[in-house]
Design a protein around this ligand. Structure first.
Ligand code: APR
Length: 245
């Protein structure tokens, strides 16, 4: 892919970069994006109908089993070239913040250090009552596993629809967006708030905004540079063009 010379020059000299990723970055690892159709037993459900406090309250076992199925699906999954390219970028840019909406843990698995998991992490499980994190649990049991401390039902440590995002992570993400020179939006449809506002926060502070996505999104008309295609191909090519690796 040919990158505009001014873009390459700007990224080469940038010292403060923020990146927002979505499910598209994990797609080439074999994980369906959030809005891809569900498959198998879960085809009859929309994620939005399962990932909510109301769904967990009305049928905790159904919701628990869906996340157990998703953890199982992630077990054999590995980061792709796009994840590793972002690790390389973090090594070369003094202030690099990776903000992700993904709950699959693949950025950390690939080696990214400064990761803000805005929507939590599906591999972590906590008590829905006292909030204590569980060290271990039975994935497939008749009943939803219970907290060893208070007996409350265990739940995945992810942000459900209608729930607020973890405050510390969100504040750090907003700070990174507002102070960066360059903001990347990668593999996200840019429709879910407040993550979708980060690119605008960056732009309002004068940052150069770049989108890398398989298809146009509502953000596309407002960015400075837009690259349509697979992040697993574009990101390694970008790293090669800038740092010759
Ligand atoms: N490379 C780049 N982009 C891709 C790729 C790829 N290989 N494959 C898919 N995409 C793009 C799609 O075109 C789509 O625009 O990634 C985007 C994924 O969008 P969504 O499925 O909406 O996922 P995401 O943006 O992460 O959803 C945000 O919404 O429902 C909530 O909590 C959920 O974190 C999720 C949030």
């Amino acid at each position: 892919m040919d990158f505009p010379t001014d873009f390459i020059r700007f990224l080469t000299s940038a010292t403060r970069v923020a990146v927002l990723t979505g499910a598209g970055v994990s797609q080439e690892s074999g994980l369906r994006t959030f809005r891809d159709a569900q498959t198998g037993l879960w085809a009859q459900y929309k994620p939005e109908d399962l990932a909510s406090p109301e769904a967990f309250a009305s049928d905790p076992k159904l919701v628990w089993d869906w996340y157990a199925w998703r953890r199982e699906a992630i077990k054999g999954v590995r980061p792709n070239a796009g994840h590793y390219a972002l690790v390389e970028m973090e090594h070369r840019i003094p202030e690099f913040t990776l903000i992700t909406q993904n709950v699959d843990g693949l950025h950390r698995f690939a080696g990214s250090q400064n990761v803000l998991e805005l929507h939590g992490n599906i591999q972590k499980v906590r008590c829905s009552n006292c909030g204590k994190f569980a060290e271990m649990w039975d994935e497939y049991t008749e009943q939803v596993p219970q907290c060893l401390i208070c007996g409350g039902l265990l739940r995945p440590d992810v942000v459900w629809f209608g729930e607020s995002l973890p405050r510390a992570e969100l504040e750090s993400a907003v700070e990174a967006a507002r102070s960066c020179q360059l903001f990347f939006s990668i593999g996200t449809s840019g429709v879910v708030q407040p993550a979708a506002s980060l690119a605008h926060a960056a732009r309002n502070k004068g940052s150069v905004v770049v989108e890398i996505n398989a298809e146009p999104t509502p953000l596309t008309p407002k960015v400075d540079f837009s690259f349509h295609g697979k992040s697993g191909s574009i990101l390694p090519e970008l790293v090669k063009a800038v740092w010759r690796i």
